[in-house]
Design a protein around this ligand. Structure first.
Ligand code: NOJ
Length: 561
């Protein structure tokens, strides 16, 4: 395969325009501000931006409640500013993917307003109604503890409407051909304005059957193929990255066995088990999750992440595992959310411990897939637990130690910048870290540069190498006659391990360390012995640095020549 599927080996940076940079001084971030920070992002080395919802919205769920799909929310700028932004990104070789939130609209969307008002209107059937209260109205809430039901009564419509999420987010009747056609139209619109793809929100719910009689929704997977086909016709390199927290059994349904559905999916399975491994220094469940999510079509890719804008959902862990993660990273009730997760940022979860942060990021950049990092994590930003629900981890970017972290000139930013304490903007900010060669920011920049020079991770096949040590993970990747090997120690104490690279050739006796002058030389049987410090990590190339001279034009799989 020609390796021009950009998403197979990208570094994606997720940000929200409203909290990145406020250029017009009204206290809310905007596209003008974001544009001024494109050089920062370019310097960091990321290759794509995932932009969170920015369309017109009453902002009751941080923009995941859209009231006009074909406009930019005036707080953030205009369509003109948006096109300037995608153009500016393109000039720097950065792709833009945007959120596509079409499972539901805002209840202030003109379609819903008309649907409520007039039972005979065109848009009535675009939503999901019931004359009586469905018996299962108190089931299936996505935000348990906050959201009370999935059906609400509408006085004006004299009927109940379905909402998988909050009551101000009425579900679209996504099985309706007109709704499906509108979804394609929305995608077509933004493609025309310069985007390279979509992070599709809530995919399992979009494709589920919906209605008052549907007690056990069924997924209509073929819908995914029609989205994909449309995209590929309109613009060949456009992708969909699906948000689908599903079990590995159904992964192939989402990717399509011929790679004809979603290009990418977030790997929630690996995410949750990774946090368990970090909490318990036990890599077994993580390895299991990696193996369970290994099968995928050659054109498909996993999106890997540590933390995102939502809570860290631990719902797929066993009860004992979940309790261990809570105990390690979010033991206080105010740190937990929706009876299943932790709402904190990564740095405070790891006690701001640089060794653990590097370990976590080293894993993110070497596990099989494309890394997705979240704005501010490159600085080790913290959270503000006084803000409700998930808002605690959505505070403004900390640029400098000037007022409000250099985010705005306004005296009252819409969302307060974190100030004071160990994570305050006064000392956690981009300006200070830029000047310090050892800062997390500069470390992140260097690790991104190295990750881009190790395409074996994105393109190759991985093998987990046994070490008889639960706390240490050794992974090998093979691609085009080259091999790389990564070692990670999850434990708070050092470990001595020994392992064979497993290639049975001469090359495997030399492991060249890519990050330090500390190479590993195997014995005559090819066995390597290594003492790895607490939370240590190693990136090795197998056999030497002549790898580019050895790289083959096509992939020959695992075998040595
Ligand atoms: C998933 C998004 O990540 C989350 O932030 C949002 O609240 C729901 N979908 C509803 O759109």
């Amino acid at each position: 395969m020609i390796n021009d599927l950009w998403y197979k080996n990208a570094v994606i940076y997720c940000l929200s325009v409203g909290t990145y940079m406020d250029a017009n001084g009204d206290g809310v971030g905007d596209f003008q501000g974001l544009m001024r920070r494109l050089d920062y992002l370019h310097g960091l080395g990321i290759t794509a931006i995932w932009l969170m919802p920015f369309q017109t919205s009453p902002q009751r769920d941080d923009g995941y409640d859209v009231s006009d799909y074909y406009n930019v929310d005036p707080r953030y700028g205009t369509l003109g500013d948006f096109v300037e932004f995608t153009h500016g990104a393109k000039q720097r070789g950065i792709r833009v993917i945007i959120d596509l939130v079409v499972n539901h609209t805002s209840n202030e969307h003109a379609w819903f307003k008309e649907a409520r008002r007039d039972p005979h209107s065109k848009h009535r059937d675009w939503y999901v109604w019931s004359k009586q209260k469905p018996s299962h109205a108190q089931k299936g809430m996505v935000f348990p503890g906050v959201q009370k039901s999935t059906w609400s009564y509408d006085e004006q419509a004299h009927a109940w409407y379905f909402h998988r999420f909050y009551d101000f987010q009425p579900d679209l009747n996504t099985s309706h051909p007109e709704v499906q056609a509108e979804i394609l139209k929305i995608m077509g619109f933004w493609i025309q304005l310069g985007v390279s793809g979509f992070r599709m929100d809530a995919v399992p719910f979009i494709i589920a059957t919906k209605g008052p009689k549907v007690k056990k929704p069924e997924e209509q997977y073929d819908m995914l193929r029609s989205f994909r086909e449309f995209l590929q016709w309109r613009q060949g390199d456009c992708i969909i990255l699906a948000e689908a927290n599903v079990l590995p059994e159904t992964d192939m349904e989402y990717f399509g066995s011929d790679g004809d559905r979603m290009h990418m999916m977030f790997n929630f399975q690996v995410n949750q088990h990774l946090f368990y491994a970090l909490a318990a220094a036990d890599t077994r469940p993580l390895v299991k999750a990696m193996k369970a999510t290994k099968p995928r079509p050659a054109t498909a890719q996993w999106g890997l992440f540590l933390r995102n804008h939502d809570e860290l959902d631990l719902g797929r862990l066993e009860e004992g595992q979940r309790q261990q993660v809570f105990a390690a990273f979010g033991s206080k009730p105010e740190m937990q959310l929706y009876e299943r997760g932790i709402r904190r940022r990564l740095a405070p979860m790891l006690d701001g411990d640089r060794r653990r942060l590097e370990l976590a990021y080293s894993l993110l950049f070497t596990l099989p897939g494309t890394p997705v990092i979240r704005y501010g994590d490159e600085l080790g930003m913290g959270e503000d637990l006084s803000l409700p629900e998930r808002n605690c981890a959505r505070t403004p970017m900390q640029w400098s130690n000037e007022p409000h972290g250099g985010f705005t000139k306004n005296a009252k930013p819409a969302v307060p910048v974190i100030s004071g304490g160990p994570y305050g903007f006064e000392h956690i900010n981009a300006a200070i870290q830029r000047r310090n060669p050892n800062s997390l920011l500069n470390w992140t920049e260097r690790i991104i540069r190295m990750r881009k020079e190790v395409p074996e991770v994105g393109w190759g096949d991985f093998t987990v190498i046994p070490t008889r040590n639960l706390a240490v993970l050794v992974m090998r990747y093979a691609w085009r006659n080259n091999w790389v090997l990564f070692v990670h120690n999850f434990d708070a104490k050092p470990h001595e391990i020994s392992f064979s690279v497993g290639l049975h050739n001469e090359a495997e006796r030399l492991l060249v360390n890519l990050l330090a002058e500390e190479h590993s030389y195997g014995d005559e049987h090819g066995k390597h012995r290594l003492v790895i410090e607490a939370y240590g990590y190693r990136w090795y190339r197998v056999g030497g640095l002549d790898y580019l001279l050895r790289r083959s034009e096509i992939d020959q799989g695992e075998e040595a020549p």
